[in-house]
Design a protein around this ligand. Structure first.
Ligand SMILES: [Zn+2]
Length: 231
């Protein structure tokens, strides 16, 4: 392709992408309207930790409520767009179903799940979109007990196929440290991935420095269902 043609194509693509972002933001903020009392939308800025804790308490106690208003929320978000408020970087482990664990509904959490809850260009880009275009004001990096990916990184043995790709990004989190147990290693990984996400992304870092983005870290206990938030 001729360089001029290439530049024109890139320019058109960027224009389309930015107008799409604007449209998404527009649809979400102008037409969302007040939430029905039975279908609350959006965790208010500054209250994410408290809301996630109380949602997790409902999950643990068996008193979850999100399922009672999901169909209303599906209709609302399907028509008017999404306005998630909390991004979550979690492990792919099937024992950590993020919305259930925090008793949250459709359209609430902006979740990236990958083995070992490890950050990457794709994860950073996803959260940048959440922050810049959708109104995400908090990101939680959520690890868990008995994490196979962290265990594999601790073991340090080569893995077949593409599986080494996740241990590769967990290994630096564990380097030079000794851990009494796997949960301590999972905590170190959560802290590391949280730091690296901000290092990688200027958009997220700037939002964090300006106080527009809160970073949270937690460990989910696969035996009790309890999320323990950590520094
Ligand atoms: Zn895991």
């Amino acid at each position: 392709m001729h360089p001029t043609t290439l530049r024109t194509s890139v320019s058109v693509l960027l224009t389309v992408a930015i107008s799409n972002l604007a449209l998404v933001g527009c649809a979400s903020t102008q037409h969302a309207g007040p939430a029905p009392a039975s279908a609350p939308t959006g965790i208010a800025k500054g209250t994410a930790l408290e809301e996630l804790k109380s949602g997790n308490a409902r999950f643990v106690q068996g008193t979850s409520t999100a399922h009672t208003w999901q169909s209303e929320r599906v209709a609302k978000t399907g028509t008017f767009g999404q306005t998630p408020s909390v991004g979550v970087l979690s492990c792919a482990d099937s024992r950590v179903p993020v919305e259930m664990v925090f008793d949250q509904g459709v359209g609430e959490l902006f979740v990236v799940r990958v083995a070992g809850n490890s950050e990457s260009n794709t994860a950073a880009g996803t959260f940048e979109y959440g922050v810049a275009a959708l109104g995400v004001h908090t990101i939680l990096v959520l690890g868990h007990t008995k994490c196979g990916a962290v265990d594999a990184a601790v073991a340090g043995k080569p893995l077949p196929g593409n599986m080494g790709s996740f241990t590769e990004v967990i290994t630096p989190a564990l380097k030079g440290k000794k851990f009494d147990n796997l949960t301590a290693a999972a905590e170190a990984n959560v802290r590391w991935q949280s730091e690296q996400l901000l290092k990688r992304s200027e958009i997220l870092r700037t939002a964090h420095e300006k106080g527009d983005l809160t970073m949270l870290r937690g460990i989910y206990d696969v035996e009790t269902g309890v999320v323990r938030f950590i520094d």
